[in-house]
Design a protein around this ligand. Structure first.
Ligand code: KG4
Ligand code: ZN
Length: 357
């Protein structure tokens, strides 16, 4: 029986301090030995969004405790870890630097390899943590920081088919929630308020809806919500705005995902069609059921990783570390934080076009 690598993964790109130990079994199926996530929601609540300096400070305060906990819960000794993988980007530079420095110091002190990981690559591979899934597959990543359609063709082989040109989807939910007086992160609350509202009360704009392809845009929606929210008179008005907002999102995501299917099939010509949805917004039941229906209509098998693996976590970073370890793709200890690190070669073009990366 060959010795399987044991990887410590560290994540600190935004407002979650996370660490995890991952290995694999004889068949090469990943095994999560521990997965600790400390959320900073309480730190940022009163500001209505993530404050980078406060986030960095909270990471510094928590990181050693979280890593220690991950090692303890794995039941392993620190000496059994074969490599450390840390998120190096994209994300907030002050936050990335914390996990990156910690990972490098750990690797150096233990004299084991250090591996830098692209956070998006972590999300892209996360469905493999709990399901047997072959390449290629189409991934929709919808979180507070990212919204993109990605063709995942193999390790290190990704093609971005579409991305948001302004706000991320979770950000749009959170900003709408803020306008309705709901605490950060308001996304889940919008879903609850929407249940009691009339989705047809307000007609909200759907930016770049009729433009082909699967790029997304949500900034115009926020401006429209700001306008209607000035006339809120009672609770029912709030319910109606939440319901109208969510319905507009459903319309946008239905059309753009359908376009993404077309782009994906044109680019990849897959034998079997898999559609994976990751990121915090994937928790939204209405979005989930719309996407499941869309998959059924288009012969896609749909996969939603469990919520704890959808949001930011260390296991997805350790998994990328594991794959890179097997390929002996290690990094030097001067590997920098890359706040705008993208996965695919199309990024340079989009950057030139003024697209938010
Ligand atoms: O992936 P995630 O946990 O963290 C990062 O963004 O990194 O995603 C959090 C985002 C927040 O914007 C939150 O409001 C949104 O996901 N979210 C939701 C729901 N649950 C979480 N948005 C809409 N409906 C939900 N049920
Ligand atoms: Zn993320």
């Amino acid at each position: 029986m060959s010795k399987k690598p044991i990887i410590l993964g560290i994540e600190s790109s935004c407002d979650e301090t996370a660490a995890s130990i991952v290995t694999e079994n004889e068949q090469g199926i990943p095994i999560i030995l521990s997965n600790i996530v400390s959320s900073q929601v309480e730190v940022h609540k009163e500001f209505g969004g993530v404050v980078p300096e406060l986030a960095a400070r909270a990471h510094i305060e928590k990181i050693d405790i979280i890593v220690k906990k991950a090692i303890n819960e794995s039941g392993l000794k620190i000496e059994q870890i074969d490599a450390v993988a840390s998120t190096a980007g994209p994300g907030l530079i002050v936050c990335l630097s914390v996990g990156l420095s910690f990972g490098k110091s750990f690797a150096s002190a233990m004299n084991i390899p250090f591996i830098s990981v692209n956070h998006l690559e972590g999300h892209a591979l996360s469905p493999k943590l709990n399901s047997k899934l072959d390449y290629p597959y189409l991934l929709l990543l919808i979180s507070g920081g990212h919204s993109q359609y990605l063709s995942v063709n193999g390790i290190g082989n990704y093609k971005r088919l579409g991305t948001t040109i302004d706000d991320a989807l979770g950000e749009a939910f959170d900003k709408t929630a803020k306008l309705l007086g709901v605490e950060f992160p308001g996304g889940p609350q919008i879903e609850i308020l929407a249940e009691r509202g009339n989705p047809n009360k307000y007609k909200l704009p759907m930016p770049i809806f009729n433009k082909g392809g699967c790029n997304l845009s949500f900034a115009g929606l926020k401006t429209a919500v700001l306008k209607v929210s000035k006339n809120i008179k009672n609770e029912q008005d709030k319910f109606d705005i939440a319901a109208s907002f969510q319905k507009t999102i459903l319309n946008i995501m239905y059309k753009k995902t359908k376009n993404a299917f077309t782009e994906y099939e044109k680019n990849t010509n897959p034998n079997k069609k898999f559609f994976v949805v990751a990121g915090g917004v994937a928790a939204n039941k209405k979005i989930r059921s719309m996407l499941i229906d869309l998959c059924n209509e288009n012969n896609y098998e749909n996969i939603f990783p469990p919520i704890n693996l959808c949001g930011d976590n260390g296991a997805m970073i350790a998994l990328v570390g594991l794959e890179k370890f097997k390929m002996k793709r290690f990094d030097d200890l001067d590997f920098p934080a890359k706040p705008r690190w993208q996965l695919d070669e199309g990024a340079a073009f989009l950057k030139g076009a003024g697209v938010k990366l």
